[in-house]
Design a protein around this ligand. Sequence first.
Ligand SMILES: [Mg+2]
Length: 318
Amino acid sequence: MGEFELIRQYFMPLARLHGPHSLLVGPGDDCAIQQVPSGSDLVFSIDTLVVGVHFPLSYRPDYLGWRSLAVAASDLAAMGADPTCFTLALTLPEADEVWLRDFAFGLGKAAESFGLVLAGGDTTRGPLALSLQVHGLVPHGAAIRRSGARPGDLIVVSGTLGDAGAALDYLEALSPSTDEEFVLERYHHPEPRLTLGVALRSLATAAIDVSDGLLADLGHILEASSVGASIERARLPVSPALKRLKGLAAQDYALHSGDDYELCATIPEASWAGAPSSLKQQLTVIGVIESARGLRLDGAAVGSEADAVGFDHFRRKS
Ligand SMILES: [Mg+2]
């Protein structure tokens, strides 16, 4: 089977997984056409992953398919966008049918789960690399940006932090324990908080997804908003599994390690007080935005650049 047929067989099904969406023309023409409803803004972002830089050659292709789309879709969640469609540019050393089938399987599961239709793509021969561009829609002017945080806003995070970072210690484990399996699953199959992002649209003044680590990513909000913040270590949400695996160091993983793809947002106190409890249950208040620049952890300045940079284990491992 030729490369073109392989792509056709494995990727075309991803172009028709869903019912109504804003895609007028999908793969098969020179361009895809997406209708942008009047009163909506188109939100889009691209991510590139290169073998040996972002993932090892031995990484399971079905996991890679899920993870690559999840990571891209997480940026839509951070902006509060409703996901619509994506394009894929795939560079392959050879048309390996088993690899392509498994990659498309993981990618397809993610696409269905996140509500993203494949709008088109391109394939080229060369060292394994993939670029995914994701599209989403928001009501005009309603996208959550990094620059809106104001003194007095509460800082919240979704889910638990540090699990995916800890998972890197167990990637080679032959028979992982239940707790190790829990954090590994968090790493291999991140869940972009798309529904939560949309719910935050009317509440949050700023948001970002935690890809590089809480300190680094919260730092981006502070920078863009020209504010500072105080957060408390004891408030950081960590999973029972991470606590059991890492003990007192669990909070360090929550602060520094990335790859969790949870959301960090800032919400005015009055909005938080009036927020539905179903939303509050998904979020933990970890601190407050302040006018004094810089980030304070339990009152002590988190000063150096090194403290604010995420671990970036994935690159180190490969
Ligand atoms: Mg991001």
